[in-house]
Every structure is written in structure tokens, then in C-alpha cells.
Design a protein around this ligand. Sequence first.
Ligand SMILES: *Cc1c(COP(=O)(O)O)cnc(C)c1O
Length: 429
Amino acid sequence: MKSQSKKFFTRAEKKIPGGVNSPVRAWKSVGGSPLFISRAKGSHVFDADNKEYIDYVGSWGPMILGHANANILREIHRSAANGTSFGAPTLGEVELAELVSQCVPSIEKLRLVSSGTEATMSAIRLARAFTHRSKLMKFDGCYHGHSDGLLVKAGSGVATLSLPDSAGVPASVARETLTARYNDLPSVQKLFDRYDKQIAAVIVEPVCGNMGVIPPDQNFLAGLRKITARSGALLIFDEVITGFRLALGGAQERYKVKPDLTCLGKILGGGLPLAAFGGRRRIMDLLAPLGPVYQAGTLSGNPLAVAAGAAMVRQLARHGTYEALEAKGRRLADGLNSVIRKHAMRATINRVGSILTLFFGVDSVASVDDARRCDRQQFANFFHAMLKRGIYLPPAPFEAWFISLAHSNADLDRTISAFDDWAGRSERG
Ligand SMILES: *Cc1c(COP(=O)(O)O)cnc(C)c1O
């Protein structure tokens, strides 16, 4: 019998391109057709056939407290009862801005937007206006949303300009983006040697989450700080994944490097559309209406999203949050690693706190090139085998698994045994 998800997907494909509103949801890298999710609670999601799964997608990052958290729901309901959008300032926005600035001290001022894409796009415009320079440097394999200038890939050779990574991005726009290699300071220095005073900013995921989890080498972030400061370029941390995930103050707290501008999203909205960019006061004050940089949004600082976000941040600020996340991350990674050893599999796990990626067919992953060498077919087999055993993983090999505070030891241990069971069966053929 056809599953409800399959039926819904056939219907979806008729009206929505590829049946989805964001491409990775379509399961193109693992094959098959996606589960339709009907509800979720804590660490578990339920599909349209009411089958239950332990969830490691976590809406791709936001659900760090687990799904349908009672405090967040209460705040959303309370806020909704007072009206859902006014297009005028609200006290909630001010309180959330104060709260974020307290958690992330490099953010002296910030502006709320509705998506991570808007946050990075606006931060870059601001950096260009502040420095009176036009070029932007990013890293091959880092993702910063889908604005034109950020959808570029590295050309051949490091000291080259970038090529569009999507149809519809003009080559003239891509030319303003330079691409360096993550964890490779000489590749950054080389571009600065050549383009120094043209480079407005370097944007980086301080811990990569979008080529799988890749932690920064010792000195990489500090090196970026040094090189940008020397040139007068701005350093932008895209903490859309890492913000409130790796510490209350994000990766910049964990690695003790202070960027000029920071982009936040995902967790910040508590599961509603909310993101932010912020940083040094002198830079932020260039924004309209104070300054000449235009940036706006009808639903920016939406009261529901702000209420959810404030409830989220307040809960995360409670004592013990990040120790608990660290312990859960360690328990899962240790368990998966012991399965890898037991079955002598060629695979490796990268983990920082509560995000991790299991790469098949490689011994270690420190760069996007290492990540690209991983065995995608084995990941696809693994993904479907885990799904059958009630574990819902990100449906692509280069993604982070997101662990939440709602994941119990039993959830984590069941995940490890499912992996062990699959590894044993694939050994026996
Ligand atoms: C998800 C993500 C974005 C884009 O955020 P959206 O809300 O999807 O537009 C930007 N940067 C990073 C690092 C992300 O992971």
C-alpha cells in the first residue's frame, strides 16, 4: 500500500517545484520520496502515516529545546492573542535585542530580519558601505543563504575569482566574490595579497555546518581576525547554525574570537521565522534611517517570532544547558565511534558540542575536499536503513545532525544500536 507521504508528495509535485519549498527536503541525495511530517513532540517526529522517529533534523537547527516546547508554545499563544503583526515598534523587539546583545557582547546593536539569507545579505551590504570596498571573500563549502553574491563556488586555483553556483546569478555579481579554502590561512592571505584594499569583508561559518560539521583548526579564526584587521576589511561570523548552539554566545564565545558583524538565525526564532545581524555600533548606525544603507522588512521583528525567540533564549540561558548538550553529543559520538571500531568500518565522526556528522569512506575530514571524498552511496544506504529503524537523519551526507536537550539517553542509545545492527547486517551481506 502506498504511504500517505508518497501520495502527498505526488500531489505536491504538481503545484510546488520538486514538491518542496527548500531543495534539500526532496531527498535527492539519498533517493526515495520525503516523509511528510504531521506533528512532533520533544525529540520525536511523526510522519503522515503516524509512524514515529527519533529526529536529528531538528528543522535544520532551530529545535534545540526539542519540538513543541511548552514555554515557547505558551509565549506564542499569548502573543498571538494580542494580534500577529502591526508594522510598528513593540517592546518585545527591544527586550529581545537587549537579550541577544547580553549573550553575544560583540553585538552592540542589531536588527531583526526574517531569515538567515536576509541577515547575511544585509551584513554584506553594510560591510561594503562601511569600508567603501566591493569585494567579498567566502570559503568553498560554506553556505550563507541564497542571495546572488553568496551562491558562488571556487574557480580553478585558489587565487581566482568565483563562478556562479546557480543559474540566474550573473557572472558580474559572482566576480565580486572571492573564494578561499576553509582551514587554509595561506589561501586567504594570497587573496589579500592580490586584492587587499578591494576586500570589504570575509564571511565565514566559524564552525562549518554546511559541508558536514568541520571544526576550525587552532588559529584559523584568530588568523582571519588578524588578516582582516590588518587590511581594514570586516570579519563577519555567520553564526546562523552556531549561534546559541555551541554556547550562549555562539562560536565566538567558544573560540574567543570577536568578529565585527554576526549573523544569527535558526535557533533565534524558536522555530518561527526570525534572524538577526548585528555588531559594532559604528557599523550598525549606517543603517537607514540613521545612515545611508537601506534595509527593511514588513514582517521584521514579527511579534510571534520575537516572543518565541525570547522564550528560547531565556531557557537556553539557564544553568547547565551547554554542559548537557555537550554530554549528549559526546555520548552519541562515542557510541557511534565504538560501532565503527567494532565493525572496522572506514568512517569518521566530526563533532562540536551538539552537532555532528558521520562521514563514510574517509579517515578524517578537515576540509571541503576531504568531505567531498566521502562515500555518498554508503550514506544513502545508511540513511534508509536508519529510517527503517525509526531514526530520522538529515537526508544528505554533508549535513549536521542536530541533537536537542529533549534527546534522552535512551534516544541516543537506540540510535547507536540501530547503527550497530545495520553495520552487522551489511558485514554479513
Ligand atoms: C541556514 C543557514 C543560512 C540561511 O538561513 P535561512 O534562514 O535558511 O535563509 C545562512 N547561513 C548558515 C550558516 C546557515 O546554516
